[in-house]
Design a protein around this ligand. Structure first.
Ligand code: PMP
Length: 361
C-alpha cells in the first residue's frame, strides 16, 4: 500500500481513494476496450454513455431541475467569469458584482471589458472579514445579473444566506459545490472549476437556466457560446476526456457516500471542530472572519507569532499534514476541508495544532 498524505491543498485537491484506485485499475483497459478512456474517441458510444451518466449523476447529486442545462467545459472558472458577460449581457449593459474576496475581484476583472460592471458592495475595506450587510448593497435594478462568490477560497468567507435579487443571481461555487444541499433554482447560473470538490482540474461545470441562453449577449465566437456547447452536449470540440471520466467517478463516489446531505452534516461538523480549536487556542491561532460567514471548506488561520510559520509547516509535514501554507495574497495557513478529505485528517490536524501550541505557546 502506497503512502498517502493528509492533503489540505486548496485545489487541485485531494481525490477520493476509491476513485484513484478505480482509475488505476482501469487505466490499461477501460470497459474491456483494450485501451484507457484517455485513448478513445469522444465520439465513441462508450464515451458518450460515460458522459451522459456523469451528467445524470451530477443532476441527481445536486437535484438540478430539468429547466437547467449542465455543461462540462474547459478553461476553468476564470474563463466562465469572462463567458458570463459575453453570453448573458448586452455590450455595455450593467452587471452587478458582490465582492467578498479575491475571486469576486477576478470575476469583476474578467467582466470589465464587456459590461458596465458595478460593485454592489465590497468587503475589501474590512479586509474581507465578512459579508457587507444586505441593507448596504447598492443593487442597480436594471442589471443583467448579480454575480456572487458562494465561497471565497482564499479569504475563507462563505455566503450563508439566500440571496434575494430581482435579477438572476450567478454564483461561483468553485470551492463549495456539492458540499451541502442547495436549491439550484435560487440561481440563474452556477459555475465551478472541478478541482476542489468535483474532481481534477481541466474541467468546469456550468449549470444554467435554459431560458437565459436565449439572451443575445455580445459578438463572440461559437466556441465561446454556452448555447452552442449545450446543443452539442459539451462536445463542440474535443472535451477533456480523462478529466470528465475522473469527475464522473467522483460524482458516483459522492452519491455512494450519501450525497450532499451526508456531506453537509460532515462538513459542518468538521469545520466547527477546527474553528473551535482555533478560537480555543487563547490567541495562539486566529481566524478573523465573522463567525456567521466562516467558510466550511477553506479555513484560513494565522499564528500569533508569524516567525513560527515555517516551523509549523515543517512539523506538520513530518506528520504527513500537507498543503497548509496559506495563499500568498493573505499569508498564514489555510486548511481546505473538501469532501474527499478523510475525517482522520481533520482530527490529526487539530491534534497537531494543539500540541504545537503547547510546545511553542
Ligand atoms: N473561483 C474560485 C472561488 C476559486 O477558488 C478559483 C480557483 N482556486 C477560481 C475561481 C479560479 O479557478 P480556475 O483556476 O479554475 O480558473
Amino acid at each position: 500500500m502506497s503512502h498517502r498524505i493528509f492533503n489540505f491543498s486548496a485545489g487541485p485537491a485531494t481525490l477520493p481513494e476509491p476513485v484513484l484506485r478505480q482509475a488505476q485499475a482501469e487505466l490499461m483497459d477501460w470497459q474491456g476496450m483494450g485501451a484507457s478512456i484517455a485513448e478513445i474517441s469522444h465520439r465513441s458510444a462508450p464515451f458518450i454513455e460515460m458522459a451522459a451518466q456523469a451528467e445524470a449523476d451530477l443532476r441527481r447529486l445536486l437535484s438540478v431541475p430539468d429547466d437547467y442545462a449542465v455543461l462540462f467545459l474547459q478553461g476553468g472558472a476564470t474563463l466562465q467569469q469572462a463567458l458570463i458577460p459575453l453570453n448573458l449581457a448586452a455590450p455595455g449593459q450593467v452587471a452587478d458584482y458582490l465582492i467578498t474576496g479575491h475571486w469576486g475581484q477576478t470575476a469583476l476583472k474578467q467582466a470589465r471589458p464587456y459590461v458596465d460592471a458595478r460593485v454592489v458592495a465590497s468587503g475589501e475595506a474590512n479586509g474581507y472579514r465578512g459579508v457587507p450587510p444586505r441593507a448596504d448593497w447598492c443593487l442597480s435594478g436594471d442589471a443583467a445579473y448579480l454575480h456572487v462568490t458562494a465561497n471565497e477560497t482564499i479569504h475563507g468567507v462563505e455566503l450563508r444566506d439566500r440571496i434575494e435579487a430581482d435579477v438572476p443571481v450567478f454564483a461561483d461555487f468553485s470551492s463549495s459545490i456539492a458540499s451541502e444541499p442547495i436549491d439550484v433554482s435560487d440561481y440563474g447560473l452556477i459555475y465551478a472549476g472541478a478541482q476542489k470538490n468535483l474532481g481534477p482540474s481541466g474541467i468546469t461545470v456550468v449549470i444554467v437556466r435554459r431560458d437565459l441562453l436565449n439572451r443575445a449577449g455580445q459578438p463572440r465566437a461559437d466556441i465561446l457560446t454556452y448555447a452552442s456547447h449545450m446543443a452539442r452536449d459539451s462536445m463542440l470540440n474535443t472535451p477533456p476526456t480523462f478529466n470528465w471520466y475522473l469527475l464522473g467517478l467522483c460524482l458516483r463516489w459522492m452519491l455512494d457516500e450519501g450525497g450532499v446531505e451526508a456531506f453537509g452534516h460532515r462538513n459542518a461538523s468538521r469545520a466547527a471542530r477546527l474553528y473551535a480549536a482555533i478560537d480555543g487556542s487563547e490567541g495562539f491561532y486566529r481566524n478573523e472572519v465573522a463567525p456567521a460567514v466562516r467558510s466550511r471548506m477553506n479555513v484560513p488561520f494565522f499564528l500569533r507569532d508569524a516567525t513560527l510559520d515555517a516551523e509549523f509547516l515543517r512539523q506538520a509535514g513530518e506528520r504527513g499534514l500537507m498543503g497548509l501554507k496559506g495563499h500568498k495574497v493573505v499569508g498564514g495557513m489555510r486548511a481546505s476541508l473538501y469532501n474527499a478529505l478523510p475525517d482522520a485528517a481533520v482530527r490529526a490536524l487539530i491534534d497537531f495544532m494543539q500540541e504545537f501550541a503547547q510546545r511553542h505557546g
